[in-house]
Write a protein that binds this ligand. Structure first.
Ligand code: KE4
Length: 423
């Protein structure tokens, strides 16, 4: 059996950093990545034959749990008939319908192959629709790796403390304006200075890439009012929150009506799918109906559509409130266990998402998320991993539960936390 270590050594000679996405490299926690051989429900099995309870869940897609039988069967049945035609197929119509039926703000939708493609395309559409260049994003917000979004980005950019935006021309990022999450005065100031040229505000309605940060009362509504007042579009990046915070996404949970919505992760059920959608009047600017160009060889391919459709149809019957309550109780007990060890702890939680920060400061934006003690996080991550608990290798990510996590999983995780010793 080739171990994770041997595979990583080999991968490092073939792939930059040995990984196909930076945050997986576990650099910030001074560990090597585990190579996964298989996954089922809430469990991962590594190439070393070790089993872990998974709270990364592929960074969000696996809300039903890994290898869900309905999804696996849909993939197998569809694969037997071909995987990609480069032509329209029934399944992309059916997934489009399911997304439009579920997400209140989406009247028309375009499928792409990643969250990055979705946000990149939504911004181009906003610029084409408004004739403006500017975009406002938030410190610590992560919207994928398109040039415009790499200013003060969260997720792996924050994890690696990558300064600025190497490789991104200043001419591009000069159109990107920044404000702090939950700071409407900061947003107003940007609009006072640049409002005439701002095409859109893009926001994670619940922030998941600076750790989990919740919108304070009035924040999202304020963004809706400010953008409307200035003729800018409001783009909800629901790549994490879509079909997770509620079946209809954060926009359903918080009752906000964005102009455009970006989706990913869950709507692919583990296969590469992203989507952007919104008001029909805006979406019809997209080629070939309109002239704002966006395209993709594998967009809407039957295999990915089948996985996404089976996932969304199965999620429609799940009890989101029960999972939210179970996750709330589990993460609260985890917070209590860690606080009893004398370390500073702040917990943010919503639905099947939570983050434990190692700070006494209320975490409401990127600067307060950055007060979390990185060394305490590394001790926590390392000792939990030694005890078979697989957490995101970064303090700027969320923990994801799923409909596959059992009470026994949560109790085993709490047992592992009780055994952690902080120095
Ligand atoms: P992808 O291009 O990675 O499919 O989606 C980009 C994206 C867009 N918007 C939000 C809110 C996102 O969270 C993401 C991607 N999330 C990260 C983890 N937080 C993906 C993990 C990775 O980069 O490997």
């Amino acid at each position: 059996m080739t171990s994770s270590h041997d595979l990583f050594r080999r991968a490092e000679t073939l792939i930059p950093g040995g990984v196909n996405s930076p945050v997986r490299a576990c650099k910030s926690v001074h560990a090597e990545p585990l190579f996964i051989a298989s996954a089922n429900g809430s469990a991962l099995t590594t190439e070393d034959g070790q089993q872990y309870i998974d709270y990364v869940m592929s960074w969000g897609p696996m809300l039903l749990g890994h290898n869900h039988p309905v999804v696996a069967q849909a993939i197998a049945d569809t694969a037997a008939k071909g995987t990609s035609f480069g032509a329209p197929c029934r399944l992309e119509v059916e997934l489009a319908q399911a997304v439009i039926d579920a997400v209140p703000g989406i009247e028309m939708v375009r499928m792409v192959s990643s969250g990055t493609e979705a946000t990149m395309s939504a911004l181009r559409l906003a610029r084409g629709y408004t004739g403006r260049n500017g975009v406002l994003k938030f410190h610590g917000g992560y919207h994928g790796h398109a040039d415009a979004f790499l200013a003060s980005a969260g997720s792996g950019v924050a994890t690696q403390s990558i300064p600025g935006t190497p490789g991104v021309p200043q001419d591009v990022v000069k159109h990107t304006h920044l404000a702090h999450y939950n700071d409407l005065n900061g947003v107003r100031a940007v609009f006072d200075a640049h409002g005439a040229d701002i095409a859109a505000v893009i926001v994670e309605p619940v922030a998941g890439n600076m750790g989990l940060v919740l919108p304070q009362p009035g924040f999202l509504q304020g963004l809706r009012e400010i953008t409307r007042a200035h003729g800018a579009l409001l783009i909800f990046d629901e790549v994490i929150t879509g079909f997770r915070v509620a079946f209809g996404g954060a926009q359903a949970a918080f009752g906000i009506d964005p102009d455009l919505t970006c989706l990913g992760k869950i709507i692919g059920g583990g296969l590469p799918v992203g989507a952007y959608g919104g008001k029909k009047e805006i979406m019809e600017y997209i080629a070939p109906k309109g002239t704002v160009y966006q395209a993709g060889t594998l967009s809407g391919n039957p295999l990915a559509m089948a996985a996404g459709l089976a996932t969304v149809q199965t999620l429609a019957t799940q009890k989101y409130d029960v999972l939210a309550q179970r996750t709330a109780e589990f993460s609260k007990e985890l917070e209590n266990i860690l606080r009893a060890k004398g370390v500073p702890v702040w917990r943010n939680h919503i639905a099947s998402l939570f983050t434990i920060f190692f700070t006494e400061t209320a975490v409401t934006d990127f600067p307060t998320a950055q007060t979390s003690d990185a060394d305490l996080f590394i001790q926590f991550y390392t000792q939990m991993r030694e005890r078979g608990i697989y957490l995101a290798p970064s303090g700027y990510e969320c923990a994801f539960t799923s409909f596959a996590h059992t009470d026994a999983d949560f109790e085993r995780t709490l047992e592992a936390a009780r055994a952690v010793r902080f120095s």
